[in-house]
Design a protein around this ligand. Structure first.
Ligand code: AMP
Length: 112
């Protein structure tokens, strides 16, 4: 996708602080962290958002959770973190390339 900022990060056209990368998945720190640990996990394949996931993506989307858990464990969350995945601008989605927010490194209370 030409106009997708996360596709540009995948392509290496925009820098990011990468925490994990393989042939399918990338994790990198959020540029505007909302918690002491805040990173994003994305598929390299462009999927606009959660509502655009098709059955063929099931394994890949599940992998986002597994990689998120691994990277969270490696980055000081102590196994306590939140996962957020926004769908649609009214829900706060700004970047239309599916991503898990992983937030951790602080005690409760979280807003929800
Ligand atoms: P959302 O509101 O769920 O679409 O979240 C998009 C997230 O992407 C926000 O938390 C932004 O801070 C983050 N973001 C936008 N551009 C970049 C970037 N170039 N590198 C890292 N994070 C970014």
């Amino acid at each position: 996708m030409h106009d997708c900022i996360f596709c540009k990060i995948v392509a290496g056209d925009i820098p990011a602080e990468k925490l994990y990368e393989d042939d399918e998945v990338l994790a990198f720190r959020d540029i505007a962290p909302q918690a002491p640990v805040h990173f994003l996990v994305i598929p390299k394949k462009h999927i606009a958002g959660p509502a655009d996931v098709v059955e063929a993506d099931d394994r890949l989307v599940g992998k986002l959770l597994r990689v998120g858990a691994q990277v969270a464990a490696e980055n000081g969350t102590g196994g306590a973190y939140r996962v957020i995945c926004n769908n649609g601008s009214k829900a706060g989605q700004v970047v239309f390339h599916i991503h898990l927010h992983i937030l951790g490194g602080k005690d409760r209370p979280w807003p929800i």
